[in-house]
Design a protein around this ligand. Structure first.
Ligand code: T3D
Length: 263
């Protein structure tokens, strides 16, 4: 029996996905894409979940596409990479972005190629100090995919995006945090406790409000100010009817901590 390419667990409102091909630095093969897709569908359908964690097993986070599945010797039969992106990477990025709950990515080691950009598609990225981000695509004649050309310039500006994408240099986690590519870089031995505390916090947060926040911040990438103000109005109207808003205001008035249910 082959080992699962991802590990998936759910408890106390927290879903955890661990990419699980450590001997290949958790690079993506077809099976891993399929198992990941299925897990994300389960997360999407489970209303009890309040937060999702994505991380990697072993010393790496994810080294992008498994290049052992791309035996394209010069002169050999070509591979349709567009089909691979259409059926695997594009739906994965869109699924992570569309989940109506916060997605935390714990980058435990090197994140290269699509692995780096899948991390950036998550909402809050925390990396271990020994981790790094590599836009490895240019080393094999490709361009950054999985949203790399979208996320990079928005997060760190065109100059840094261009440099990373064209040179494929290893960006240490500390520099990634300094540049604003990720939320936080922590010492390796603090990664687990930091992430666990964050997950516990988000599992008790007003999930609908966070989902609306995520949606509005994503929309701002392409919206003008009037459109963004309209979206804020519409989402705030919905949140004003939520149980968590009532609880938040009641708790404030009573000078007690709120007990949010995610509804
Ligand atoms: O194809 C499509 O569908 C289109 C979409 C493409 C998306 C992409 O992601 S393209 C980019 C693919 N990824 C890469 O080009 C990165 C390749 N890997 C590396 O450059 C290096 O492995 C790292 C910089 C990530 C880490 O280096 P290092 O020195 O820490 O580790 P290593 O020794 O290179 O790797 C450890 C093992 O993992 C090694 O196997 P071995 O020698 O112990 O048997 C290595 O071959 C394997 N490995 C690492 N990355 C991949 C991989 N095996 C298959 N595919 C990989 N991407």
């Amino acid at each position: 029996m082959t080992a699962p390419t991802i590990l998936f667990a759910r408890a106390d409102g927290i879903a955890r996905i661990t990419l699980n091909r450590p001997d290949r630095l958790n690079s993506f093969n077809t099976a891993m894409h399929a198992e990941l897709r299925e897990a994300l569908m389960l997360v999407q359908a489970d209303a009890s979940l309040r937060v999702l964690l994505v991380t990697g097993a072993g010393r790496g986070f994810c080294a992008g596409q498994d290049l052992a599945d791309r035996a394209v010797a010069p002169g050999g039969a070509p591979v349709d990479l567009g089909a691979s992106i259409e059926s695997n990477y594009r739906p994965l990025v869109l699924a992570l972005q569309a989940l109506p709950l916060p997605v935390v990515c714990a980058v435990n080691g090197v994140a290269a190629g699509a692995g780096a950009n899948i991390a950036l598609a998550c909402d809050i990225v925390i990396a271990a100090r020994s981790a790094s981000f590599i836009q490895a695509f240019c080393k094999i004649g490709l361009l950054p995919d999985s949203g790399g050309t979208y996320f990079l310039p928005r997060l760190i500006g065109s100059a840094r995006a261009m440099g990373l994408a064209m040179l494929g240099d290893k960006l240490p986690a500390a520099t990634a945090a300094e540049w604003g590519l990720i939320w936080q870089c922590v010492d390796d031995d603090a990664l687990k406790s930091t992430v666990d505390a964050l997950l516990a916090q988000l599992a008790l947060a007003p999930t609908r409000g966070l989902a609306a926040t995520k949606r509005a911040l994503q929309a701002s990438a392409t919206a003008n100010l009037p459109a963004q103000l309209d979206l804020e109005r519409d989402l705030q109207r919905e949140l004003g009817l939520s149980a968590d808003y009532r609880e938040g205001v009641a708790a404030f008035a009573a000078k007690r901590p709120p007990v949010f249910t995610g509804r």
